[in-house]
Structures are given as C-alpha cells and as structure tokens.
Ligand binder design. Structure first.
Ligand SMILES: *[C@@H]1O[C@H](CO)[C@@H](O)[C@H](O)[C@H]1NC(C)=O
Ligand SMILES: *[C@@H]1O[C@H](CO)[C@@H](O)[C@H](O)[C@H]1NC(C)=O
Ligand SMILES: *[C@@H]1O[C@H](CO)[C@@H](O)[C@H](O)[C@H]1NC(C)=O
Ligand SMILES: *[C@@H]1O[C@H](CO)[C@@H](O)[C@H](O)[C@H]1NC(C)=O
Ligand SMILES: *[C@@H]1O[C@H](CO)[C@@H](O)[C@H](O)[C@H]1NC(C)=O
Ligand SMILES: CC(=O)N[C@H]1CO[C@H](CO)[C@@H](O)[C@@H]1O
Length: 399
C-alpha cells in the first residue's frame, strides 16, 4: 500500500514524538554524532557521569573538544579527579544558546554537578557565566581569580528544556576540582554530613554505632535524609527519652538502602523501606511530591527535603526539615490531655489543628493522636499507603 505524501511526514513525526517521549536523553548518543568531542564523551562514560546526566531532567553539558581534553589529560590526574573536573562542566540548570546571551544582570552563578558531590568547599562548585561585549559569553569557576577561563563556541544540541549541550573553548580549571580525589567508597559519610549542616545528626550516628550500618550500605546504594542541626537540637529532649535500641532504630529510619537521585524521588512516589525496616510494613515511610517539593510522610510527621548534601551514585544525602518519627516508636507515646470527647466533632477538629505543646518543627506524638481521630487527610493517607503497600508487595514479588 502506498501512503499519500502528507501522511509520511505525519507518521514520521508521530514516531519521532513517540521515541522522544519514551526515551529520555542519552548524552553518549548525542555526542557520538560529533567526533570532535570523542575524548570528552569517552571520559563521561568511564567516570559514570553519562549515567548521571541521563538521569537529570534539566541540565547543561559544556563539552570540550579533543584538543581541550588533551590539555586536561596532560596533567595526569587520577580518574576520580578527572571526574570532579568534568562535573564542573555539567550545570544543574538549562542554558540554551538563547538563555546564555540573555543573562539578567549580565552574569549569573550556576550550580554544577561538582557542587552536588559535596566535595566542593565554599562556592567552588559554582560557575560564573558572564555576557561580554560583542555577544561573547565567558565561563569561570567561582574559586579561581575571576578570569574567564573559557568562552562559548557554539550550541551542539538542545532538547528544550531538558538538556543543552554546548561547546566551550577550554577546560574550566579549578584548584578545588583538580585536588587529588579518592575513590567514591572513600566517602566518610559522617564527616561529610558534619561539614554540610548535619553535624548533630552525624554525631548521633557515631555515638550509637549506627554509622557502621550506614557505611556498609554505601557501595550497594544508599540515600540518607539528615535533619539539620537546629532540628536535631530541638528534638534532643525527646531523643534522650528513647531506649538505646529505639535510638538506633530512629537513626536507621533516616537511611534508605537504595540510591535515589532527586529526580528519582520526584518521579517515584510511594512507600520506602529504610535501614530500620524488618519485615513488611515496619519502619517505612511514603515519598510524596508536592509541586517541586519532595515530602516524606510517616504516620506521625511530614518532612520536606530542603537541600542536597551529596548526590553521586551510589550515595545521596539530603537535608530535611523535621526528624522522621516512625509510628512504631511514637504512636504509643503518652497522649496530650485529650479534649473532652463529648463535645464531638468541633473539639476533635480543634485538637487536630492545635499546635503541639512544644517544639513546633518536630511533630509531636500528641498531634498524631488528634490527627488519627479527626482528620480525613490522614485516613486518606492511610488508604493510599495500604494501596501502595499492596502495589509494592506485588512488585517486590517479581524482583
Ligand atoms: C524531557 O524530559 C521528560 C522527562 O524525562 C520527557 O517526558 C520529555 O519527553 C522530554 N522532552 C523531550 C523533548 O525529549
Ligand atoms: C546511550 O547510547 C549509547 C550509544 O548509543 C548506548 O551504548 C547506551 O546503552 C545508551 N544508554 C542508555 C541508558 O540507553
Ligand atoms: C562573574 O564574574 C565577573 C567577572 O569577574 C564579575 O564581574 C561578576 O560580578 C561575577 N558575577 C557573579 C554573579 O558573581
Ligand atoms: C570518619 O571520620 C571520623 C573522624 O573524622 C572518624 O572518627 C570515623 O571513624 C570515620 N568513619 C569511617 C567510617 O571511616
Ligand atoms: C520523657 O518520658 C517521660 C515519661 O514517659 C515523660 O513524662 C516526658 O514528658 C518525656 N519527655 C519528653 C521531652 O518527651
Ligand atoms: C475516626 C476515629 O477514630 N474516630 C474516633 C475518635 O474518638 C472517638 C472517641 O474516642 C471515637 O468514638 C471515634 O470513633
């Protein structure tokens, strides 16, 4: 059968749409069309940065041609250091040719994947992009002396607003990125967290010995949700009240034995088992997206991810704004003086809305009692959790 001419382009367009929506971008394939970037492409693959780029949904890759790469290779850096340097060439934002030439205020600082490794001290994980005279755009790692080390050459490929690949003139050179780097499993998880605003939490991991369980899980994949120092400090009176095994369970509840990038958390709502999980429906919580926010819901409290300490497959560490309180430990906690039930619905609602008696940023066990009795939201949440558990159970059965 012969297709009439207008049908053919329509069909190919549909096929193209089909493929572009079912397959996320593949940086290796995008660069393979341009032999002048073959060295850069090769190093993206062997450093596993290609996989990280493919997982991100909004990203810019500054590619350097083979001559530029030979300048880098002449420095004889270890592969882990090369990975850090190349991470500095990957921006966590979309800069197409148009946006690069229309930077508000003439310059901007953008976070790079080096920033997300947690190994970039201060602002060294940021790159300054500056619009210059004559339509030129310059790039400078924030920790060098401000001289623009590379300029924009051309756009290589753009999939708005998922990935932009641009050709820049030289390697972005930074003493911090070029500092000798160890293998990924050399991460000292607790000192890493301590340096990034989670010192109180890491101290608890060390003092209870829970650190060892966390560390043992890094190679196989680990996501840690660390409450920030202020949150832990406010929680300490309650923490001290727990028995030693309960303390360890509470801490283990903040680790998930699977690597989750922020993108994965955003696109996979559902139940998560933790390092404290023993058996089904124990010590788990639900990941729930709320716009750009990623929320973690236990039956007692809902915490929100507030920042990334480190995101480098197989390890991700995120800051959260509340201590995750497992229902296994906080359900049976002594309830606040119960409102007189006789008054019925109104009283119950008032109780549900009343703020907890203390530390407002840490869910109080008393809140849970009120919530479970009065609030439809929680009951819906419970329903969703049951359905998700069934779903997860079925999925797990196949794994
Ligand atoms: C951009 O990424 C999203 C999520 O992966 C995908 O659904 C969409 O199809 C991508 N857009 C293009 C043009 O490929
Ligand atoms: C990306 O493309 C390369 C080369 O075509 C291929 O070897 C690789 O498996 C692809 N990666 C993914 C995740 O599809
Ligand atoms: C970027 O660098 C230029 C040149 O050193 C400087 O004038 C500008 O203030 C910097 N921009 C930002 C946002 O730091
Ligand atoms: C991490 O470093 C601290 C001191 O900086 C040390 O006490 C701890 O044992 C280290 N942890 C591991 C797993 O090496
Ligand atoms: C600690 O436990 C005791 C006894 O169960 C209780 O009276 C007290 O309110 C608790 N303190 C905190 C801060 O939770
Ligand atoms: C939904 C629910 O559990 N409601 C209970 C709230 O508390 C009163 C009094 O204790 C019970 O009668 C309700 O069944």
């Amino acid at each position: 059968m012969q297709l009439s001419p207008p049908v053919v382009p329509t069909l190919s367009l549909l096929l193209l749409l089909f493929f572009s929506t079912t397959h996320a971008h593949n940086i290796t394939r995008m660069l393979a069309k341009h032999p002048e970037f073959s060295t850069f492409n090769h190093y993206l693959t062997i450093t596993h940065l290609a996989g990280e780029i493919n997982r991100r949904q909004t990203i810019t890759v500054c590619a350097v041609d083979n001559a530029g790469m030979s300048d880098l290779l002449a420095k004889h850096l270890s592969i882990y250091t090369i990975k850090n340097v190349l991470s500095l060439h990957i921006f966590a934002d979309y800069f197409g040719a148009k946006k690069l030439h229309q930077i508000t205020g003439g310059s901007t600082l953008t976070a790079t994947m080096f920033q997300a490794t947690g190994k970039a001290p201060g602002t060294s994980g940021y790159v300054n992009i500056t619009d210059m005279k004559g339509g030129r755009v310059g790039f400078a790692p924030e920790d060098n002396d401000g001289t623009l080390s590379a300029v924009y050459v051309k756009s290589v490929d753009e999939i708005p607003y998922n990935i932009s690949v641009i050709h820049i003139s030289h390697i972005l050179s930074s003493p911090e990125a070029e500092a000798p780097a160890g293998a990924p499993s050399d991460h000292n998880l607790t000192s890493l967290m301590a340096k990034q605003g989670c010192k109180a939490f890491s101290d608890l991991l060390r003092s209870t010995g829970a650190e060892e369980t966390f560390t043992q899980n890094v190679d196989g994949g680990l996501t840690v949700f660390c409450p920030t120092d202020a949150v832990i400090n406010a929680f300490m009176p309650k923490y001290k009240n727990l028995t030693n095994p309960a303390k360890v369970s509470l801490l283990m509840y903040h680790g998930v034995p699977v690597y989750n990038s922020l993108g994965m958390l955003r696109s996979n709502n559902g139940l998560m088992n933790t390092l404290a999980t023993e058996g089904p429906n124990k010590y788990d919580f639900t990941v729930q997206n709320d716009g750009e926010d990623v929320k973690l819901e236990t039956k007692v409290v809902t915490a929100t991810i507030k920042g990334t300490v480190l995101d480098e497959d197989p390890l991700a560490v995120y800051k959260i704004d509340k201590v995750l309180l497992p229902r296994e430990l906080f359900k049976a906690a002594p309830a606040a003086p119960a409102p007189k039930a006789a008054k019925g619905k109104k009283t119950t609602e008032a109780a549900a809305e009343a703020p907890g008696p203390d530390v407002s940023d840490v869910g109080d066990p008393a809140d849970q009692t009120a919530d479970e009795n009065g609030s439809g939201r929680i009951r819906d949440g419970w329903f969703v959790t049951v359905i998700l558990s069934l779903f997860l159970g079925t999925t797990m059965a196949f794994v």
